[in-house]
Design a binder for this molecule. Structure first.
Ligand code: SF4
Length: 246
């Protein structure tokens, strides 16, 4: 059986086909601009060089296989890839018809296997279903501008705002404790925070570092930055329910 997961940004990732549904893609909620500028097309020579047929197969298998069969497959592949982080929609997105199934699959994976899951989606329903469901699930809702964030959506959530000129994405977070200020990070274009020196690594600016992709999600995970801000970490991998709040 062929893989569902491929490596991306230092972790395991799911790639779905890019583009409008009627053209064989999965980006049902994409804006015109986003379809035109999409990094999954533009940077096809890097991590994202998975052929369309492979992405289509992965999408079709996830669409058609029962959750009970998908879970052991994903767990097995992640163990083989030696990662505890699963990145959804390294390309493509969750179309409307997969929303309920994917939310259940993602929640069950995190609850049962203590798996950290992240992703960028324009599917607001999926983002709503996943928000606050488990401490190891953090999805960004991609929107075109910060003005579009409604007050009611601001608690314990993450938003991503693409910068089509630089290829970076601004990640805006609203903490769980409402009195805390919003926080901001930058990701993509290999620049998490330009030349920011972390304990583990130096992040390079886009100019210094030519590869136009996110640098390494594991660094964000261990430093609780970017998508993993405020996230609880666990060293337990695929074995226990004990760290789950549910
Ligand atoms: S902010 Fe960090 S965790 Fe999120 S996609 Fe970028 S590199 Fe990965």
């Amino acid at each position: 059986m062929e893989n569902l997961l491929h490596s991306f940004s230092g972790v395991a990732a799911i790639f779905f086909p890019v583009g409008r549904i009627k053209k064989g893609g999965t980006c049902e909620f994409a804006s015109q601009k986003c379809l035109y500028e999409c990094a999954a097309f533009k940077n096809g020579n890097y991590d994202n060089s998975i052929p369309y047929e492979t992405k289509r197969r992965i999408y079709t298998e996830i669409l058609n296989e029962p959750i009970n069969r998908l879970i052991p497959r994903i767990v097995k592949e992640m163990t083989k890839m030696d990662t505890k982080i699963l990145y959804w929609f390294a390309s493509g997105d969750c179309p409307r018809k997969l929303t309920l199934k994917l939310s259940e699959l993602i929640i069950r994976l995190s609850e049962k296997y203590v798996m950290t899951q992240q992703g960028f989606t324009r599917n607001k329903k999926l983002w709503q279903l996943l928000n606050g469901r488990h401490h190891n699930i953090r999805f960004c809702l991609t929107i075109e501008s910060e003005d579009k964030i409604a007050e009611k959506d601001k608690e314990g959530t993450l938003f991503a705002i693409p910068n089509y000129k630089t290829g970076n994405v601004k990640i805006i977070g609203y903490p769980w404790i409402i009195s805390k200020p919003r926080f901001e990070y930058h990701c993509g274009g290999a620049a998490f925070i330009p030349s920011y020196k972390s304990k583990i690594h130096t992040y390079y600016s886009r100019k210094e570092f030519k590869v136009s992709q996110c640098h390494d999600c594991q660094i964000c995970y261990y430093e609780k930055k970017g998508c993993h801000s405020e996230m609880e970490q666990t060293e337990t991998n695929y074995t226990s329910h004990s760290n789950s709040r549910h």
